[in-house]
Ligand binder design. Structure first.
Ligand SMILES: [Zn+2]
Length: 54
């Protein structure tokens, strides 16, 4: 997946520019699949959360 336009991180709101690293997360909501983008910091935080680590 490659960004063609800047996107905001859904968690902290920082702008992710094309060419920068980012995380993508598939989310299920009542309307179906949704893919959201996270900055690397938030992606790392989410990974720690999902891993159940402290
Ligand atoms: Zn973020």
């Amino acid at each position: 997946m490659t960004l063609v336009r800047p996107h905001d991180c859904v968690r902290c709101g920082v702008t992710i520019q094309p060419g920068e690293e980012f995380g993508a997360v598939d989310v299920l909501d009542p309307d179906g699949d949704l893919e959201v983008l996270l900055c690397p910091d938030c992606a790392a935080a989410l990974r720690r959360f999902l891993d159940g680590g402290s």
